[in-house]
Each structure stands twice: as structure tokens, then as C-alpha cells.
Write a protein that binds this ligand. Structure first.
Ligand code: GUN
Length: 302
């Protein structure tokens, strides 16, 4: 799995392959747990409303659980559900000793306070790593559940042996679940890590001057094809977190996923690049499953 590149032609990072490798490792751990009569990890998902993306993502998470031998459960609510009813369900799951991990799929309908609901999940079961306690631990470098996308990116850098120490990493986007935790993970004294990080956002001036200095660019803004060829230096590592659905006439669904990187223009200059789909996306499932295993084994909270 550890591959090195010697030429400048972009190497496509295969997130699907790495994700399946990690899932296979987790499957072996489940088999070992079962043969020792231990407790099989159990992931529970709450899905609210009929958002197409959320339906697909939750179905993929449940299917991955089945594939590797985890228990899974799902609770569905229609989009008129009250905050109180949702919190009641979270409370019930918090107190169900069989369930190791709980995710409330986002986005939630506008009338529901997302922070209130996610903050209600016990940190011990917050395998999304969204709870302030878990994000606080990440900030301090303590063991915690790293949320799925940052986890996935760090694993891709590790699997492809991409040097990060002393490199200039430019993160585009400062969201709580991607850009901000990534800026912390890339700068801390670990491997991967030890990068000099610049976190850019909507108020950043002279962005192109900054991206042109980057050895590693992580694009997580949610703006399709934002990063153009003339914004990237030769040999840069490009990680594309974007997954915007754009209308398409040549697909059955009527849409296709677009990343934040203009792939055709950037790939010829990059040393490594993640495609969309098939790059960071599949890794998020591996992250969630890895956190659920950590919870079942009580590795973070004893
Ligand atoms: N919506 C988009 N990504 C995620 C995720 O990683 N977790 C949850 N709970 N909702 C999401």
C-alpha cells in the first residue's frame, strides 16, 4: 500500500482502495471479537427528512457495517419532528448500553438547533467527533474521535507516504468539521503532521499568492472547481474535499459530484491528487467505522 512516486505526473490517490483496506482490517478485528465472545461494535444512525444526499450516505454507512460484521440500527423521523422528540431519542440511545456509536446525519431541518442536538450525544458515543468535548480533546492532542473527513485525509497521507513535516500546507475553508480540525492535525507534532499551516477563508486576501506557495493544498470550501491550474505550483499535493451535486444530463440521477478542484487543469501539475468521486469521500466511512471500533473497545473513554 505504501507507494512512492518518482515523476511529476500526478499520482491519483485511490480513496476507495485505502478505505476497503481499513474496513478489511476492522472486519478481522470483528472476527477476533466474535471468536473471543466479546461485544460486536454497534453503530446507530438517526436520519431526519428526505434529503437525497443524507439518504445515500446513511445507507452506505449501514451497508458498510453489514459488510464488516458490525451491528447497526437506524431511526427515521420526518422533517416535522420536534427538537424535543429528537433529543428524547438521543437520550434513549445514550442510555442503551448495546449501542457504541451514534450519528445524527446532517443537515437537519431549519427549525432544529443542530448544536443542541449534537451536543446532547454523549461524548463517549459521538463517533462523528462533533461534540465540543471531542473537538476540545483534538485541540489539546488528547485521544479522541477524529471526525470522519479529517481522519480520512490523514490516513490517505499516511498510506501514500506523503511527507508533511516542514511542508507548507494551505487549508481552504474553516468549517468546524473539516478545515479547522485539519489545520490542527496538520500542524501538530505527529506523523503525518509537523506542517506549517495557513488556514484560508472567505476574507483571505491574495489567495492565489498563498496557494502558489503551498506544498499541500486541502480544498474544503464547497465551491465546485474553485482551485484552478494557475493557483497551484508544480509538484503540489492536492486533496479535494468538495462534494457538490451539480446538474448533469448524462447521468441516470440527473446530477454528478463535483470537487473543489478543477481536476483537469490541476492534475498535470500535481504530484498527488484525490479525484472526486473516489478520493476523500470513501475514506469518511472508514473513519466512522474505526471510531465505532474504538468506542466498542473503550479505547478513548475507559
Ligand atoms: N453530513 C455530511 N457529512 C456528515 C458526517 O460526517 N456526519 C454526519 N452526522 N452528517 C454528515
Amino acid at each position: 500500500m505504501k507507494e512512492l512516486t518518482t515523476d511529476i505526473a500526478a499520482k491519483i490517490i485511490d480513496g476507495k482502495k485505502v478505505s476497503l483496506f481499513i474496513q478489511d482490517e476492522l472486519k478481522k478485528q470483528v472476527e477476533e471479537i466474535k471468536s473471543n465472545g466479546g461485544k460486536v461494535p454497534h453503530l446507530c444512525a438517526i436520519l431526519v427528512g428526505n434529503d437525497g444526499g443524507s439518504e445515500t450516505y446513511v445507507a452506505a454507512k449501514i451497508k458498510a457495517c453489514e459488510n464488516i460484521g458490525y451491528k447497526s440500527s437506524m431511526y427515521r423521523f420526518d422533517d416535522k419532528v420536534t427538537e424535543a422528540d429528537l433529543i428524547k431519542k438521543v437520550d434513549e440511545i445514550n442510555n442503551d448500553s448495546d449501542i457504541d456509536g451514534l450519528i445524527v446525519q446532517l443537515p437537519l431541518p431549519k427549525h432544529i438547533d443542530v448544536d443542541k442536538v449534537t451536543n446532547y450525544i454523549k461524548p463517549e458515543k459521538d463517533v462523528d467527533g462533533f461534540h465540543p468535548v471531542n473537538l476540545g480533546k483534538l485541540l489539546l492532542g488528547l485521544p479522541t474521535y477524529v471526525s470522519a473527513t479529517p481522519f480520512g485525509i490523514m490516513q490517505l497521507l499516511r498510506f501514500y507516504n506523503i511527507e508533511t513535516a516542514g511542508k507548507h500546507c494551505v487549508v481552504l475553508g474553516r468549517s468546524n468539521i473539516v478545515g479547522t480540525p485539519l489545520s490542527i492535525l496538520m500542524s501538530r507534532n505527529r506523523d503525518p503532521g509537523n506542517a506549517t499551516v495557513t488556514l484560508c477563508h472567505s476574507k483571505t486576501k491574495k489567495l492565489k499568492e498563498i496557494t502558489l506557495q503551498a506544498d499541500i493544498i486541502i480544498a474544503a470550501l464547497g465551491i465546485p472547481e474553485f482551485l484552478k491550474g494557475d493557483m497551484v505550483k508544480e509538484g503540489a499535493v492536492i486533496i479535494d474535499v468538495g462534494t457538490t451535486r451539480v446538474p448533469a444530463t448524462d447521468t441516470k440521477s440527473g446530477w454528478r459530484l463535483k470537487g473543489d478542484v478543477d481536476f483537469d487543469a490541476v492534475a498535470p501539475k500535481a504530484s498527488f491528487i484525490t479525484p472526486v468521486p473516489g478520493g476523500v469521500g470513501p475514506m469518511t466511512i472508514a473513519g466512522l467505522l474505526a471510531n465505532t471500533m474504538k468506542s466498542a473497545k473503550k479505547e478513548i473513554y475507559k
